[in-house]
Design a protein around this ligand. Structure first.
Ligand code: DGT
Ligand code: CA
Ligand code: CA
Ligand code: ZN
Length: 571
């Protein structure tokens, strides 16, 4: 089997992280990340391409091409092995905390000589970190919380949803040959941003044989438990998978139980107790009499509740709402009529304007906003006013040739440090919509960072705030900002916030999405695609929106362009 694109992407990103911890030149660090990005957007396996083809890819030069060849020939990259041996393991552990990432790890290492989680914890508790720029009170609290969790679980390795999906999809296909009614439960089914392990349920006439089949899967590295009703394995990727074979009459009860969340289950059980019911993974019982268990729907019905979608099962009031019959009718992927953030090869995307538009149309969309970066983001080759004007012209031409589809003229304009926008109003005025975002000075103190965004929203052309918190899942926690103020201002100014569907971001969080909904602020779900392939990430953004209780009407890109256009018009 050739080394997969994903493995190579992982290795290149790791090189970038390690170089970043060491404080190497930022252009060099970034060159590995952009190369990794390019590879992630490819459809075919990169190791099957010729050297010349590899070098002709955007952002992949001679030196990185060599490393790709090295890993495909030998399975490793000597430079990475060297870096790994030079940088203390304990420092890498720190970097992997969601709140930390390479940048913050370096700062703490340089300023306070912190080299381990123990030292980090001590410095945080003693108030030493607060004095450094970019570490607010909230951040430090979160760091401490994360360290506690780390010790509790004996590690933090969680998989991002897309990573898990890539591993789970072929496994399900394999299991399907021997096992019936296969269904993934757990956090994966609830569509959390990351999953700790995978919980699979199925039924079988011959459980022994089914379990044999499971543990013989070629990706299994280690069998932890093997029984007739439950087996657990660790895959080569490090992901743990639990498989349970259950009785048909208990399938719904098991699915409900193992989908969780634990907090949802506990509240549900309490609700049942009020009616004299006992609920477990086999069914609902009263005085030892089996009342329900075959499907989740009948379980909920028996409890006097309407069906609760898995994305809502976090014990955030969904059970009360279900009792009152007031659960929201959640937005669905089929409601989405267009994508409002995508990049082309005019800046750091992989595909041309035309390729992106065609791919979006093929997904059944009516429109796609092309939102290349502005000039401040020079590493991505951001557009200046003149270049953007050129792109506008190109879009006008292309739009004449495409039927039932419209490329929206847009830009992802940088919000500069003082809150002004990176491009002249004269050109912004020509666009269908303007997406605004922060890509620099991410460590400003809360007040400054918040005011920067508030001021930007004063600009009459500001439509959508992209990746509003700037968090990167597993890497950094986002800017220090006052979200109440930002949401209120957005509402007052007729601006919208984005749910960025990139599985590395999923920005906003479910909690902030819910807050937006309660504020009466509508949201856009966008992919921020940098290739035709990643346009398909919309499903992650929609899942995130559902986790934040959004209905179709709460999402602006469920509208036709005609209706959306009206919504974007500002006084
Ligand atoms: P993860 O794997 O950390 O991403 O999160 P989950 O939610 O998949 O949790 P996991 O794999 O530990 O367990 C799967 C489900 O099983 C969980 O969502 C709810 C249920 N469950 C596990 N342990 C308990 C428990 O002690 N009590 C109750 N009521 N349910 C539990
Ligand atoms: Ca799980
Ligand atoms: Ca589990
Ligand atoms: Zn961006």
């Amino acid at each position: 089997m050739p080394v997969s694109n994903k493995e190579i992407t992982g290795l290149l990103n790791e090189i970038a992280d390690l170089l970043d911890i060491r404080g190497e030149n930022q252009f060099r660090v970034r060159s590995y990340r952009t190369a990794a990005n390019t590879i992630a957007g490819l459809t075919g396996n990169i190791t099957q391409m010729s050297d010349d083809e590899i070098k002709s890819l955007p952002d992949i030069g001679e030196s990185i091409a060599k490393k790709i060849r090295e890993v495909s020939d030998t399975g490793s990259i000597s430079q990475l092995d060297k870096l790994r041996s030079e940088i203390p393991e304990s420092l890498i552990e720190i970097m992997k905390l969601e709140q930390m990432g390479p940048r913050r790890t370096r700062v703490l290492n340089e300023e306070l000589n912190i080299e381990s989680l123990e030292e980090l914890k001590k410095a945080a508790e003693e108030g030493k970190i607060e004095k450094l720029e970019g570490f607010g009170k909230k951040t430090i609290e979160n760091i401490l919380k994360e360290i506690k969790e780390y010790y509790r679980k004996g590690g933090l390795e969680r998989f991002k949803l897309n990573e898990a999906e890539e591993i789970v999809t072929p496994l399900l296909e394999y299991l399907g040959k021997e096992i019936k009614d296969i269904k993934v439960a757990g956090s994966y089914r609830r569509r959390k941003e990351t999953v700790g392990d995978i919980d699979i349920l199925g039924t079988s006439n011959n459980p022994g044989k089914s379990m044999d089949h499971f543990v013989k899967y070629e990706e299994v590295k280690e069998i932890t438990v093997k029984g007739k009703s439950k087996s657990s394995v660790k895959l080569r990727t490090g992901l743990q998978v639990d498989l349970r074979i259950v009785q048909k009459k208990s399938f719904g009860a098991a699915l409900l139980y193992f989908t969780g969340s634990k907090a949802h289950n506990i509240t549900l059980r309490k609700a049942g107790q009020g009616k004299g019911y006992k609920i477990n993974e086999y069914g609902i019982y009263k005085d030892n009499k089996f009342l329900a268990g075959k499907t989740e729907k009948e379980m909920y019905r028996k409890l006097g509740l309407s069906y609760i979608e898995p994305e809502l099962r976090e014990n955030n009031g969904e059970i009360d709402s279900a009792r009152r019959g007031q659960l929201p009718d959640l937005v669905d992927i089929n409601d989405i009529r267009g994508d409002l953030q995508a990049h082309t090869n005019a800046t750091d995307g992989n595909n041309s304007l035309e390729e992106m538009a065609k791919a979006a149309k093929k997904l059944g969309y009516e429109y796609l906003a092309v939102t290349d970066h502005s000039k401040k983001v020079s590493v991505a080759g951001g557009l200046d006013e003149k270049e953007l004007a050129g792109q506008i012209e190109e879009i006008n031409k292309l739009n004449q040739g495409i039927k039932n589809f419209r490329i929206l003229k847009s830009v992802e304009v940088d919000i500069l440090k003082d809150g002004s926008l990176d491009l002249d109003d004269v050109i912004l005025k020509e666009l269908d919509l303007v997406i605004c975002a922060i890509h620099s000075n991410m460590n400003l103190p809360e007040k400054k960072q918040t005011n920067r965004i508030l001021r930007a929203m004063e600009n009459p052309h500001f439509n959508i705030l992209a990746h509003p918190t700037g968090r990167m899942i597993g890497k950094r926690s986002g800017y220090e900002i006052n979200m109440d103020q930002i949401m209120n201002k957005a509402k007052e100014r007729g601006c919208f916030l984005e749910i960025n569907s990139n599985p590395d971001r999923l920005d906003l969080s479910d909690r902030y999405i819910r807050q937006a909904e309660e504020t009466g602020l509508k949201l856009a779900i966008s992919t921020d695609a940098h290739s035709t392939v990643t346009l398909e990430n919309m499903k992650y953004g929609v899942a995130q929106a559902r986790r934040g209780w959004l209905k179709k009407d709460d999402v602006i890109n469920t509208r036709s362009w005609k209706d959306l256009e009206k919504l974007l018009k500002k006084s």
